[in-house]
Design a protein around this ligand. Structure first.
Ligand code: AP5
Length: 209
């Protein structure tokens, strides 16, 4: 199916964890605005320096920065049949900007209560070599990887609370916006990684994406 698929949900809902499975299923390349911003920060670019202070405080990066970043990505050849957008859009302004240039066939909302989020985020570890996401309790890294995993700078308990506030104030209203447009798919994300993945796969398959 043409058009992009949006992965939507609070920080730590499991968007990045589920993205590669959905990308393989649909053939749509995964594009994570969080990963793009972290790459910009690591490169030392002017945009990266501007974004860094927002990210470390747990605030959303300004819409104009993000909209510019995604507009460029949507023009690349592999975006012709749509992308798997992980973490974009996150505001109504971003959704309106996207709607002007790209159709959205499904918005997968992974729903997890706030109480579960802090433990997920604080225990998250990333493999800098492969980009794989692990959790010290729920998905521990294999022994050959465990010595090199790192923690994201914004994965502290204090920052998570700010990220959750930003989510509830600025991002959660988007669910209703997409529901009105008939593309929202709600998934209970408060179960095992495998169960969440199977539920998403079944929902996408039944919609013919
Ligand atoms: P971003 O990198 O997108 O972070 P986020 O939305 O806060 O999402 P996360 O990456 O934290 O969580 P996730 O849902 O991918 O969960 P994961 O699969 O890793 O954004 C970072 C920052 O960049 C933002 O704060 C903002 O400043 C900026 N930004 C990015 N996009 C922006 C935009 N569009 N507009 C403005 N600013 C933007 O899983 C989390 C942990 O839980 C892992 O350890 C995993 O192993 C574990 N886990 C996953 N699923 C399960 C499960 N079912 N059961 C148990 N554990 C699980």
């Amino acid at each position: 199916m043409s058009g992009s698929i949006v992965l939507f949900g609070p920080p730590g809902a499991g968007k990045g964890t589920q993205a590669s499975r959905i990308s393989s299923l649909t053939g749509k390349p995964q594009v994570s605005t969080g990963d793009m911003l972290r790459a910009a920060v690591a490169s030392g670019s002017e945009m990266g320096s501007e974004a860094q202070s927002y990210m470390e405080a747990g605030l959303l990066v300004p819409d104009e920065v993000i909209i510019g970043l995604i507009s460029e990505r949507l023009q690349e050849p592999d975006a012709m049949s749509g992308l798997l957008l992980d973490g974009y859009p996150r505001t109504i302004a971003q959704a309106e900007a996207l709607a002007k240039v790209e159709g959205v066939s499904a918005v997968i909302s992974i729903e997890v209560p706030d109480e579960a989020i802090v433990e997920r985020i604080v225990g998250r570890r990333m493999d800098p070599e492969t980009g794989m996401i692990y959790h010290i309790r729920f998905n521990p890294p294999p022994s050959e990887v465990s010595s090199r995993v790192v923690q994201r700078k914004d994965d502290t308990e204090e920052t998570v609370r700010n990220r959750l506030s930003a989510y509830h104030e600025q991002t959660a209203p988007l669910a209703g916006w997409y529901e009105e447009r008939g593309v929202l798919i709600r998934i209970d994300g408060n179960r095992s990684i495998e169960e969440v993945g199977s539920a998403i796969e079944a929902a996408i398959t039944s919609r013919g994406n």
